[in-house]
Design a protein around this ligand. Sequence first.
Ligand code: ADP
Ligand code: MG
Ligand code: ZN
Length: 458
Amino acid sequence: KDMPQVTFKDAAGVDEAKQELAEVVDFLKHPVKYQKVGARIPRGVLLVGPAGVGKTLLARAVAGEAGVPFYSIAGSEFMEMFVGVGASRVRDLFETAKNSAPAIIFIDEIESIGRHRGAGASSSHGEQEQTLNQILVEMDGFTPNAGVIVLAATNRPDLLDPALTRPGRFDRRVMLELPDIEGRKEILEIHQKGKPISHEVSMEKLARRTVGFSGADLENMLNESAILAARDDRNEVTTKDLEEAATKVKMGPSRKRLQSDEDKRMTAYHEAGHAIAAHYLDNMDPVHRVSIVARGAALGFTMIPPKEDRYNQTEQRLLDNICALMGGRAAEEIFLKTMSVGASNDIERATQTARDMVVRYGMSSIGPRALPDDEQTNVGVWSMEKPIKYSDALMAQIDSEVNRIIKEQYERAKEILHQHRSDIEKVVDELMKSETLESDEFEALLADSTTVQEPLDQ
Ligand code: ADP
Ligand code: MG
Ligand code: ZN
């Protein structure tokens, strides 16, 4: 029997979610209060948010706050089960929970069982269907106020079968978001306990520098930094440890690969292309670090972390982003007269952004029209229930607008790199010597740069 000890104090930066879940705690602790006045206690609450923001943590904290047992299962576990096993696991889970009510049932990654039946090709897998049906049966089956509340977590609510979110099932939604600067400060506070952080470290700066980090990323970063300190047999975690740990969390561990000089040079031009393009674009944040040290799957990287929390985007920023992504390939073409496979991830991301601009944000000649799309089936999807088939002409127009955006930004990137070719050469030389340039070194290198005026030959 799992009786979680965690409480709401262990989660930070998610105040609104905590407020809503406090109500669930109250239902569990004082059901009579609600029954007396005929209030229907919710059966299912969906926790929605990106990976690592504390969905599992909060679900456990609800049980911890209410002092009730916690029964959980993850959607991915069902993937490997034989037909019929999933459904019987669900039956058992609800049975056990009801017998020890009040209790919390937690279904993690619910989208992998409760995937919308029309979304994607493999969705009507028989096992999944049976498991989903069993969840629906169980949720409809237990009498209201039985003292069992089902929490489920997902990062893809758009994929959920609408049957799951009908009234009486998961009809409440609690949204969790990546923490803002205040949230990050509090999360750092929670997880730095027991780790001797040097006085030289500014938590304020660290919170500022970690825009886009989830709670799990922050915890990971602190842990990695402690490991780095321990490895050198130091008693304190330094800013340098934290910087390295942050990079590792976001980009993967660095890998010493024995690269030929020729490969290194290719990577150096590619990364210099990103960095220089970003540097001269008005809407890009400052380049934080450029490196040709391999990390994860990448041979090099250019880090441009957002310098502040932003909740909105503009067309100009999206275009500049695509342009900076194209900077890598553009440099290969201009300076090396070749193309490397290293640009594939850049191209994917740029294409995704361009596509979103066309089909979601109304930023193309098609105009402000929502064009929800499911790329696998070429069918537009509205609210998951009503597929729309687009005309071939419209599909072609979407494609041509996506192509146009990417091409224009690619040309723009080439023009910028051409104008600043001496900067590229400087950055490449420096990368070949020292492998990594921090923001101040990068800026210093470009201090006396020159611009080429004559246009790039096409
Ligand atoms: P999710 O379920 O949303 O993917 P988890 O709850 O599994 O995220 O988070 C993993 C770990 O990251 C937690 O156990 C906790 O240590 C840390 N963490 C995540 N979010 C927070 C938060 N909001 N406050 C404090 N710690 C957090
Ligand atoms: Mg989780
Ligand atoms: Zn790249």
